[in-house]
Design a protein around this ligand. Structure first.
Ligand code: ADP
Ligand code: MG
Length: 331
């Protein structure tokens, strides 16, 4: 079997209504079993890309190869979709008056009742919704409905699961759990997952691969930690990590004389609050409590930056501190 489950080649889809919309010339391969997160701001083309992969949209150019075969567009087959590729969208498409069990089991044929029951129970256990089996969908929370939708998509022998904003309905605590579940299920079943999100926290720690989408174009692909630490665009660092971006004239005011280019970028955790030969004096303008750490707003020569500080309560507003921007990137 081919190592790549999906290959996206020169995919372009422009909507006629708007000038800059849809996706443009997107190319990438996904290896079997990978968990992939497509990240980009709202309107960057993530849903368009996912729908194109699934064959829901007629693209202008390019093709998608799934398991060695070209994915047919909506004009080429009556019912879009594939036996082995499933998509879960934000509306879930569940039968809200039917029970959880029936919503899932209905995806399987009746030729082998015992196997149907076993598979349904197994996937409910995998997604930790077995205790909800006799509840109707309308009786469930958004997060629970989401789990049912994923279980329903996975109960058939799904090889590729496409998830559009899978965590949008879920509160922070459940989000963490669902995220971990998706990772675990992918590892246990070998299913390949492509999920889309505008919230980088959703995908960053879960995914094997990140795809960054900006204005319909793929601007970076790589392992999360690599993309985070070596962003090729300012957009990427701002999306992923609350980066500080300074125009060069401000960087020079902070004494970053070795910097070149138009802009300087660093994450708040790259700022070292210690006295080294290179440190500069900053005034603490504000201290933001963040739980186990603080974010300090620091100012020098009229330029403000942010820094992470773990030793809470050490610095107060109007204090002076020595800080060194230990690492920075130039654009
Ligand atoms: P995302 O999922 O990243 O928020 P979408 O793929 O939904 O982005 O949309 C990308 C761009 O294409 C947006 O500018 C959006 O307004 C436009 N767009 C999406 N669907 C349509 C459509 N059916 N007709 C016209 N423009 C569309
Ligand atoms: Mg979308």
């Amino acid at each position: 079997m081919d190592e790549n489950i999906i290959s996206v080649k020169n995919l372009t889809k422009q909507y006629q209504t708007a000038q800059a919309s849809g996706i443009r010339d997107i190319n990438f391969d996904i290896k079997r079993g990978e968990v992939v997160a497509i990240i980009g701001e709202s309107g960057s083309g993530k849903s368009t890309l996912l729908k194109s992969i699934f064959g829901l949209l007629k693209t202008d150019t390019g093709e998608v190869i799934f398991n060695g075969k070209r994915v047919l567009g909506p004009d080429e087959q009556l019912i879009p979709g594939h036996k082995e590729m499933k998509m879960v969208t934000q509306d879930f498409s569940l039968n809200i008056y039917a029970k959880v069990y029936d919503n899932i089991a209905s995806q399987l044929s009746n030729t082998n009742i015992k196997s149907k029951q076993e598979k349904t129970v197994a996937i409910m256990e995998h997604l930790r919704i077995d205790h909800l089996r006799d509840k109707k969908i309308i009786e469930l929370s958004g997060g629970e409905q989401q789990r049912v939708a994923i279980a329903r998509a996975m109960v058939t022998d799904t090889q590729l699961l496409l998830l559009d904003e899978p965590f949008s309905q879920v509160d922070a605590l459940l989000k963490n759990q669902l995220r971990a579940d998706i990772k675990r299920i992918a590892a246990e079943t070998g299913v390949t997952v492509i999920m889309v999100s505008h919230d980088p926290a959703d995908g960053l720690f879960l995914a094997d691969v990140l795809l960054l989408i900006k204005e319909g174009q793929l601007i970076q692909k790589g392992e999360p930690s690599h993309v985070y630490n070596h962003p090729e665009h300012v957009y990427t660092a701002q999306l992923l990590g609350n980066a500080v971006v300074l125009p060069m004239e401000d960087a020079l005011k902070l004494g970053m004389t070795s910097a070149k280019g138009k802009e300087v970028l660093f994450y708040p955790e790259w700022v070292e609050l210690k006295n080294t030969w290179n440190s500069k004096r900053y005034e603490v303008k504000d201290v933001y409590y963040k739980g186990f750490y603080e974010e300090l707003l620091l100012e020098r020569n009229g330029v403000t930056i942010r820094a992470i500080h773990l030793n809470r309560g050490e610095h107060k507003k109007n204090d002076h501190v020595q800080a060194n921007i230990g690492r920075f990137l130039e654009f």
